[in-house]
Write a protein of this length. Structure first.
Length: 753
């Protein structure tokens, strides 16, 4: 691995010549030790012929010729010796990198627990204890443990991935092996020139000279300059002496401390969403109330917080040079929140012997990577009532696991009254969207109109829009399209895209609304506009409009090719080419995705759908059957579903019924699969079997409108009007103002008379 040729990067030693204090603080920090060459000083683990066994595979860690080695299973499943090249991280665990052919560095998924032995540490352990097969994506030699794509951007400075899609190799480079000064402050050459010309504290003589703008810094982290936090004399609450006018510091931290996808290498002056797509509060990543679920790091949680809205930045609590808190534990909270008010029994209602801390209730932890405890940064007020009704994690039950959820709700109500407090008021709305409740979107409209609610929650609600469009909702989407916040603009475009795909909204209207955003100042917004405008015929546009569309389309394609080594990028590329009617490139992208990862189900599904769209159903059938041979259950439910639809088109009704049944069986939580199979059952075997199956599907998905409507229809058609009315009333409970549902219920009641 070589250093990159970033001539504007000067390195930490040059920075230390003037910034000695910060350099000393940084030395020994997690940033400084983010990645290191494997040496006697950097390696923490036991390589004294230590052994670790998992699923009958015993890996041996040993030291020879002043180098660290491991004997473990290779990509073919055979045992092989590998040299440890680099350490990765330092505490509470340390991982190790191994060089593989093609410029790849792979992260060994047997890690060292760096905690003290008294805390259960000083041992080897498996990060993925259930994954051992050599062809699994989570095997240490697989694509999901590839350093170049998965990890490198955040652990080194000025990293350039340099993937060659033709040779399928990497020539990854960096300016500094670890997270050094210029990772956050930007390339230092111009700043060094300013310092040499004007002295460390001198002001620029001519701010119009490019080299001296902002003292030559490309990233200016001055949001807190001259800012103090004061106490409101009336209520004791802290407030910032002046508003936060810049997002630069938070966005700089977010590049690594967020769950996001990368679209390009950052350049000087870029904003966060010029190069990264941050994740929203989606299922699997966050619980419906926004609490952390998967490993999402900090950014998405912090954006939900009242602290963020009040103007708090990362460096209010954290010292970025030591990569730690400015004060330990509650002491950092006490800098702004009066301990005489909040460190009292009257506030937290726990005896002193409980040793309750602010973090226990307002920043609960979740453990990732086996041993790494991460704090939720949404700083939410505990809401056991939400945990009780929506089955989200309850902070009270971390200590009171023997008590039912209702107990915690009653206790909190007794202490604080029945007021539903806290900034975050969107949990029921996101829960309804995930369960496909309230198709009239009334609650979503209310959330979108509430500017006090966190942007990330409003953007999530926008992105999850479903059901029919009405004038009021369209007006709200148009408002969000013109929001000052890029996250809302992206989500509004996503909403338009979903309507154009599934709700019958005229594409001309979509194009009219989305087209101006091909020239948005933020790249992610331009990319989303380009994605949903893929079907647009550029020959019908004026010259200037053609240039905007062509530029944005190329930018979108480039963003996918940036991650050309990933099958999901190739699938997205294939989908884009398909919408542009470039069938040759679409098929090539799908095939390339499968060559990268033969078990990647979405590639097989999309290849099958591609052939079906071209009326090549026999080719679709062959592709889907081949995919089923490649992929293990239960991961291939989507394949069975696509196969079933293809078999229907080929008039293979018996086979189709079996395939659709298999899809529903393998993915019982996928209500749509159950709905489609219910239709097939009703047609193929009759209403009796269909109703038995749909009743079970309804129990698993009690709020799904499609299943309820089908139960109404079949029961009505078979003369079971009372049961049909029962299910129709369940639909009405979700959509009380829907006139079609009201009419249906009146008709059913008439039939009962």
């Amino acid at each position: 691995m070589e250093h990159s040729a970033g001539e504007n990067y000067v390195g930490q030693k040059v920075c230390a010549q003037c910034h000695l204090k910060q350099s000393i603080q940084w030395s020994g920090s997690h940033h400084e030790q983010a990645m290191q060459k494997a040496t006697l000083d950097s390696v923490l683990a036991n390589f004294n012929n230590a052994q670790f066994t998992r699923h009958n595979i015993t890996s041996t860690f040993f030291f020879k010729a002043n180098e660290f080695w491991v004997n473990t299973d290779n990509p073919e499943g055979d045992m092989q010796d590998y040299r440890i090249q680099y350490t990765f991280g330092v505490y509470p665990l340390q991982q190790y990198l191994i060089a593989m052919p093609g410029g790849r560095l792979q992260v060994l998924d047997i890690a060292w627990d760096a905690r003290p032995e008294s805390l259960g540490g000083q041992r080897w352990f498996a990060l993925h204890p259930d994954k051992s097969d050599a062809d699994d994506v989570l095997h240490w030699t697989g694509p999901n443990l590839n350093w170049n794509y998965m990890c490198a951007d955040c652990h080194s400075t000025n990293l350039k991935k340099n993937y060659d899609p033709t040779a399928q190799t990497y020539a990854t480079q960096w300016s500094a092996i670890n997270v050094s000064c210029e990772a956050c402050h930007g390339a230092g050459r111009k700043h060094q020139q300013w310092a040499l010309s004007h002295g460390e504290k001198a002001e620029s003589k001519d701010d119009s000279e490019e080299v001296y703008n902002n003292k030559g810094l490309s990233i200016v982290l001055n949001e807190r300059k001259g800012v103090v936090w004061r106490q409101n004399p009336d209520n004791g609450k802290p407030f910032r002496s002046s508003p936060r006018l810049s997002q630069t510091e938070i966005d700089t931290c977010a590049r690594c401390h967020s769950r996001r996808g990368q679209m390009a290498h950052p350049k000087a002056g870029d904003r966060f969403m010029d190069n990264y797509r941050p994740s929203l509060l989606t299922s699997g990543l966050y619980h419906v109330d926004g609490q952390i679920q998967d490993e999402v790091y900090v950014y998405g949680s912090f954006l939900q917080s009242k602290m963020y809205q009040a103007g708090v930045t990362c460096s209010d609590c954290h010292d970025p040079h030591i990569a730690g808190l400015k004060l330990p534990g509650d002491r950092v909270c006490n800098r702004c929140h009066q301990p005489e008010k909040f460190r009292t029994i009257e506030h937290h209602h726990h005896p002193a012997s409980a040793n309750t801390t602010c973090l226990d209730c307002h920043m609960p932890v979740k453990t990732y990577m086996g041993v790494d405890q991460r704090h939720d940064h949404s700083f939410r007020i505990p809401r056991p009532d939400i945990s009780q009704t929506l089955e989200t994690p309850g902070v009270c039950h971390r200590c009171h696991a023997d008590k039912p959820p209702k107990w915690a709700t009653e206790q909190v109500t007794r202490w604080y009254g029945d007021k539903k407090s806290g900034l975050q008021q969107y949990a029921p709305i996101l829960d309804a969207q995930r369960k496909q409740i309230n198709h009239n979107n009334q609650q979503i409209k209310k959330l979108l109109q509430d500017s006090n609610q966190p942007v990330i929650a409003r953007a999530t609600a926008l992105s999850l829009l479903s059901g029919g469009i009405d004038t009021a909702m369209l007006q709200l989407i148009e408002q969000q399209l013109h929001s000052d916040n890029a996250m809302l603009r992206v989500a509004a475009l996503m909403a338009l895209g979903s309507w154009s795909e599934s709700n019958g909204m005229a594409f001309d209207k979509i194009a009219q609304l989305a087209f101006p955003f091909l020239d948005d100042p933020i790249r992610l917004v331009r990319l989303e506009a380009a994605r949903i405008l893929a079907p647009l015929d550029e020959t019908q546009l004026q010259t200037a409009q053609q240039k905007s569309l062509q530029s944005a389309r190329q930018e979108y394609i480039d963003s996918l090719l940036f991650n050309a080594e990933r099958p999901e990028s190739q699938v997205n590329l294939g989908n884009y080419y398909l919408q542009m009617n470039d069938y040759e490139k679409a098929e090539k992208a799908y095939r390339l995705a499968l060559s990268l990862q033969p078990k990647f189900v979405p590639a097989w599904v999309n290849l099958g759908n591609f052939y079906s769209e071209l009326n090549r159903d026999k080719d679709a059938l062959q592709a889907l059957e081949q995919g089923l041979k490649q992929t293990p259950e239960p991961e291939n439910a989507d394949l069975y579903y696509a196969l079933g639809l293809t078999q229907v088109r080929l008039k293979k009704i018996t086979e189709a019924s079996k395939s659709l049944a298999k899809a529903a069986q393998l993915s019982p939580d996928n209500a749509y699969y159950s709905y489609v199979y219910g239709i097939a059952l009703n047609s193929y075997k009759g209403p009796e079997e269909a109703l038995v199956f749909l009743q079970k599907a309804h129990q698993l998905n009690p709020h799904n409108r499609d299943i309820l409507s089908l139960l109404v229809s079949i029961n009505r058609d078979t003369g079971n009007i009372k049961m049909a009315l029962n299910f129709a009333e369940k639909v009405q409970a979700q959509e009380p103002e829907n006139p079609e549902v009201k009419t249906l219920i009146m008709q059913l009641k008439t039939l009962l008379q």
